[in-house]
Design a protein. Sequence first.
Length: 628
Amino acid sequence: MHTTKQQALFFFVALLSMFIFFLYQENITNFFKLPHAYMMTRLYKYGFAVLVNYALISLIYLMLRKTWVTLFFSQFLFFALNFINIKKEQYLSASLVPSDFLLVKETLIAAPWFLKIAALVGLALFLVFAIFIYRKEAKEPNTLIASNALITITFFGFFVAANFSNNFQKYCSGASKSGTCTLTQALPNTRGDWIGDSLIIRNSGITTFFVSKSLDSINQKVFQTQVIPEDQIQKILLPKSPESVAKADVSKQSQKSTEPDTSQLPNIVFVMSEAHWDASKLDKSIPKNITPTIDKYKVGHMLSPTFGGGTANVEFEVLTGLNVFLNHDELAYVAKLKRPTYSLASYMNDLGYDTTAMHNNGKFFYNRNTVYQNFGFNRFTSIENMVSASERKKFTNTAGWATDDLLYQNIVAQLQKSKDQAQFIYAITVENHFNYNDDRFGKNNFNITKDGLSDLNKRRLNTYLSGLQRADQHFKKLIEDAKHIERPTMIIFFGDHLPNLGDVFDDYHFYANAEQKSTKNDVKFYQTPLAVWSNFDIDRKQFKTKDTTAHFLAVDTLKAAKLPLSPYYQFMSDLSQCYKKIHKTGIETNPKCDSKSNSILESYKQLNIDILNGKNFSYELLKAKPMA
């Protein structure tokens, strides 16, 4: 076959397979109604996926040296990966990733029998037909090697370089962005895209995703893995001093007396409210009585690790106690956390709680569907579980976000089950999410009097303030409902981060200068209200600090509820006695702890490395360990 003819055929097949994938994934009518910029970005992604498929076909040709066998094998691989991904998402609510192929035995055990039979029959037919056409087709001349090698090296070389440099995003983050930055958005960012694996596959195709994810794994193993020795992790979490050994022996002998009475365990509910903030900090003209219930139960501030977005990084700190700042602001939910990870949820399971994560948004965003499983939650109640797809529009505001009514209804329903077992619930709201260029809660609820404010910014601020008001009303209703629950209950309410209000901040001169706007190096950019309600006696002094950092919120809550601490949370308690904050705005040491502050901070850094970039010895050591 002539080189030109072969390459035209390879490209056509790559294009055709992606077009079939496009038709399966997309509603054509709705797709072309998308905003132009968003639609073009999606088309760029599909275009890049065609090139990756094209390069993959050329790579396979270099191994097989037969055109028709290459096409058959490559397209079987393409459609097989898509089929497996569809079935995995259907049965396990998780996307196909390269490491899944190391779990063949587990897959065969978990898969339904009819799916096993269909897969085996399909594989057998493929092998028979592949052998048949391989024997029939003659090996082709060496003249075709050069063109296929050039295509493979060019496209895969670029793809590898893009993947290892995080898709050139660092060149597009400054003020002077080149025109190519728009095109770089077509590259899959499988280490840092908040939309998560499932939607990256939908936007970029399984082949592109799979290659990118494989490169991520290689990058992680070769360049990022840092092994902290197991004995060092053991020294941090399970110190072997004579005193601690004696204490452990006493603990084992009196285990029955020290274990909490599960019938008396209090319900613990975290409500992480989307973009909730004290907006009166903008200006004295902002009303101060927008959130009377939250103000009534406010105990201080939660210091978020992010500004204007990055909800999953706040969850990450609260639920794991790990630190975004020490991990260079990496989006751990997407880039890491692919294995069982010790968390507040897994510890609450050990205490005897029924654990639930809740979010009235799609289950695949931020890879929550798999992260929550790895954290040990018994269930994840997402929007898909709250309401049917056909009914969802009834509970969606004009900005496209689900109303929080659904979320709070599910919180109460889960709390009502606490008669038999204490409930730990981590709930994330969404209705007051950016952007605020709409009237989702009605027009002119607030009289915005700031001089020089544009009509658009008045609208944005009205929408945001109305959302704060609704959040307060939801919190008040939740408290009223919780009062009717027989089991003692504690509710911790906080905002995940300040809102993304765009140039509203500029109009109110919220930034002192251009440098502060760029660096956001002041704590005021990260303080959100922290409110705590309980119908039983708690140790409120645990929250009586200027700012409770997100990574200390869990241990403070456990101590306030007078629950025992695991070795991990005992370490976090010791760390919090030495450090008031470990944050991008600075590391603040408690002067009373100078003698050991450096060593305990180093131990904390080692735990972060072990759990995220190391061998995760922490998880193995902490499983089913006795409480302190």
